[in-house]
Design a protein around this ligand. Structure first.
Ligand code: HEC
Ligand code: HEC
Ligand code: HEC
Ligand code: HEC
Length: 248
């Protein structure tokens, strides 16, 4: 009985917590994911021969870059990418500065520091003291590993033109007449509603970046919750991730 009371009260605490942080992430445990590049990597693909630390491939306690949280990698230049466009996209009419060559937001440059199609995994700004040098990757070829952006079908580095648009203000898009009172009224949820639906926005004007849809730490192994694969901020079952923003 006592035990039951305990569970109920911690459930109540959980509910309060998730009401406070607008979005509730999935279970965190980067160690169980493909983002664990250490000797304890759960997969036999990208992993280091001589570094037991897990966080060090992305974060460092000292001397990191300030584009992101104590970031331990060099990030690609913000203006070296081509973004998606189409005849129906309203980005450019919403703000002429939103050309296909607009800068990539810092939050996305973090991901692209491995996923831009050219980055090597074995270069850290502040290598771990346990080896005092850059990590060695177990497979000689992987030492020069290239981790592509989602689908660089044409092999061109810096090409985000076949990927969901990022690095723009959601406020600016939703605020247009077409989405408030015009032909597409109600087809995009407000920032507040989308946040409640489980996605996140960045900066003062609520930019969409990679991590609007992704969470690099979420454990989507069997021990965590496979619905969060691949590193999703919320499960996309029934397209619920898409429908967090799009009312289609
Ligand atoms: C593959 C890269 C990667 C690895 C490995 C990684 N992180 Fe992160 N971490 C990120 C990114 C990117 C962010 C920025 C916020 C986001 O996108 O969720 C972040 C944010 C954070 C933050 C601040 C914001 C937040 O979400 O709480 C903390 C604290 C953090 N990481 C701790 C850790 C620790 C501790 C480890 C190791 C157990 C770790 N991270 C492993 C990529 C990584
Ligand atoms: C330290 C380098 C590194 C960073 C930084 C990094 N990743 Fe990864 N990521 C990898 C590697 C290595 C893989 C596995 C190889 C692959 O799929 O190409 C991977 C795989 C993935 C996958 C596919 C997982 C699967 O199960 O198929 C997603 C999604 C992903 N990363 C998203 C992100 C996002 C979003 C960010 C930024 C928030 C990020 N990554 C930052 C190295 C990184
Ligand atoms: C609008 C939401 C959204 C944004 C923004 C987004 N992704 Fe994804 N990403 C997804 C979804 C959903 C999947 C899973 C697709 C599937 O199930 O086939 C995915 C899959 C991936 C994969 C696995 C390969 C694949 O094609 O399935 C990688 C790697 C990845 N994303 C990286 C990134 C990076 C890096 C960025 C930023 C440059 C980014 N994503 C921005 C929603 C998004
Ligand atoms: C964080 C909010 C958000 C999420 C999540 C999201 N989108 Fe989007 N999406 C947008 C915004 C904003 C636009 C730009 C609309 C415009 O310019 O009129 C857009 C653009 C698009 C476009 C291009 C439309 C065009 O006219 O060319 C498609 C298609 C699309 N999204 C599909 C998806 C799918 C599928 C998913 C789920 C995998 C998804 N979106 C998830 C916010 C989001």
């Amino acid at each position: 009985m006592k035990r039951f009371v305990k569970v109920t009260s911690s459930l109540a605490v959980l509910m309060v917590v998730s009401a406070v942080c607008a979005w509730a992430k999935g279970p965190a445990n980067v160690a169980n994911t493909i983002h664990n590049l250490s000797t304890s990597a759960p997969t036999m693909w990208y992993y280091s021969d001589n570094v037991t630390q897990i966080c060090v491939f992305c974060h460092t306690p000292h001397g990191g870059r300030i584009e992101g949280p104590l970031w331990n990698r060099n990030v690609p230049a913000a203006n070296g990418f081509t973004h998606y466009t189409s005849n129906t996209l309203t980005l450019q009419s919403a703000d002429p500065a939103y050309t296909t060559g607009r800068s990539v937001g810092d939050e996305s440059r973090l991901c692209l520091s491995c996923h831009d199609g050219s980055a090597t995994l074995d270069h850290l700004i502040n290598p771990p003291n346990e080896i005092g040098a850059n990590p060695v990757f177990i497979n000689g070829g992987v030492n020069q590993a290239i981790v592509d952006v989602p689908d660089v079908q044409d092999g061109v580095i810096g090409n985000l033109s076949d990927d969901h648009p990022i690095s723009f203000s959601y406020d600016t898009i939703v605020g247009q007449a077409i989405y408030s009172t015009g032909a597409r009224a109600g087809e995009l949820h407000s920032v507040a509603a989308a946040t409640t639906n489980g996605v996140r926005f960045f900066g003062a004007n609520n930019r969409v970046e990679c991590s609007s849809c992704h969470d690099p730490h979420v454990d989507y192994s069997a021990a965590g919750n496979p619905d969060y694969a691949p590193f999703l901020i919320k499960p996309n079952k029934g397209s619920n991730l898409c429908r967090a923003c799009h009312n289609k």
